[in-house]
Ligand binder design. Structure first.
Ligand code: MRU
Length: 353
């Protein structure tokens, strides 16, 4: 087994590109059938793209929002950062309101506000440098988590992942998918199972496509096949990302994650959450306090534009759920691994901010 990871070989996609004038986003609504970037010229276009899932995944929407703040600043005249901040605050609030569950959005905007508040006449450059730093730190965190998480995996079995947590959802390399990339590169993971992730199909459309770019051949399963897969003994870990990790370790992630954690515990399969510290929200004590986004029920009525449900049916479409910390074996951040997370372990790891 070779523990060195060739990061560039296993990381070829960049969903967010800053041109110096505009923000280009790889349109994730169209993947895998078209690889097209859309250009956002102002912050409201960025907010609309976040809401529409053109760009998605907790770290990626934080990074996109940071560039949205840069675009908002282009439209104002101000003598210093504090003046500029007052002028763009309404635009920052519209960016923040684009999606409610992933804390990375509010985290990135808070960081942009802080940078701006202390800036002088060069506030435009300060703001742009901060957005760049947020993206670069995310990529570095993902690579670090890849190595930390992969080291937990005993060679010889497969893993199951959910949603898309890869380069598409981050600045690059990915969180849970970064651990999987690293685990495959090191020969620890025999087979990668990806759940479809109904209704938006992040697993079927995005994770499968993304892994194929790296030459990793995933095995797609219906979400409803997960317990059966675990019972078969083919997977040793379920590895997922997070949209918000609370002060007690409770974790919000894509709908369906909670049922995977329950099934994993029942079958003796281990459960790993991988997320940068920008996803940790120590101000929220526990999972029931997290706002869970509910999207248009129409997402449930059709697949690929073809209607699958009878006409006039009602539907409920929460797109995240909360996994209680008791069901999580390890939380991996760039700061280290927290095994059996609870409030005390989270405090010890994150109380310094
Ligand atoms: O609705 P999405 O596609 O933005 O949801 C994404 C997820 O739930 C991911 O698992 C999470 O954001 C982590 S991405 C590294």
């Amino acid at each position: 087994m070779n523990d060195a990871i060739d990061f560039d070989r296993y990381d070829r996609i960049r969903p967010i590109r800053w041109t110096g004038q505009a923000l280009e986003l790889l349109d994730q609504r169209k993947l895998p059938f078209a690889v097209e970037y859309v250009s956002c010229a102002d912050s409201d276009e960025v907010a609309a793209a976040i809401h529409a899932l053109t760009v998605r995944g907790a770290p990626a929407i934080g990074i996109a929002a940071a560039w949205g703040a840069v675009l908002a600043a282009r439209a104002v005249e101000a003598a210093d950062g504090a003046q500029a901040l007052a002028a763009i605050e309404p635009a920052l609030q519209r960016l923040n309101a684009a999606r409610p569950t992933a804390v990375n959005l509010a985290w990135a905007l808070a960081r942009m506000r802080r940078a701006l508040d202390g800036a002088g006449a060069d506030w435009r450059e300060v703001l742009e440098r901060e957005a760049q730093a947020i993206a670069e730190e995310d990529l570095a965190a993902n690579r670090r988590m890849g190595a930390l998480g992969a080291a937990l995996i005993e060679p010889g079995r497969g893993v199951l992942t959910h949603c898309n947590t890869g380069s598409l959802a981050t600045a690059g390399f990915g969180t849970a998918l970064g651990v999987i990339r690293a685990g495959v590169a090191q020969g620890r993971i025999e087979r990668v199972f990806a759940g479809e992730t109904r209704p938006w199909l992040q697993g079927a459309r995005l994770t499968v496509w993304e892994l194929e770019q790296d030459g990793i051949a995933p095995t797609l399963i219906a979400d409803s096949a997960a317990s059966h897969l675990m019972k078969s003994g083919q997977v040793g870990w379920v590895i997922v990302g997070a949209d918000r990790i609370c002060a007690n370790g409770d974790t919000a992630n894509k709908i369906g994650t909670y049922q995977l954690a329950i099934a994993a515990r029942h079958h003796g399969v281990k459960f790993m959450v991988v997320a940068p510290s920008s996803t940790v929200d120590m101000a929220t004590a526990s999972g029931e306090l997290i706002e869970i986004e509910e999207r248009d029920p129409a997402e449930l009525f059709a697949v690929g534009g073809a209607r699958t449900a009878a006409e006039r049916v009602g539907a409920w479409n929460p797109v995240f759920d909360v996994t209680p910390h008791e069901l999580i074996d390890a939380i991996v951040t760039e700061r280290g691994v927290i095994e059996r997370p609870d409030a005390a372990a989270m405090r010890e790891a994150f109380s310094a901010g």
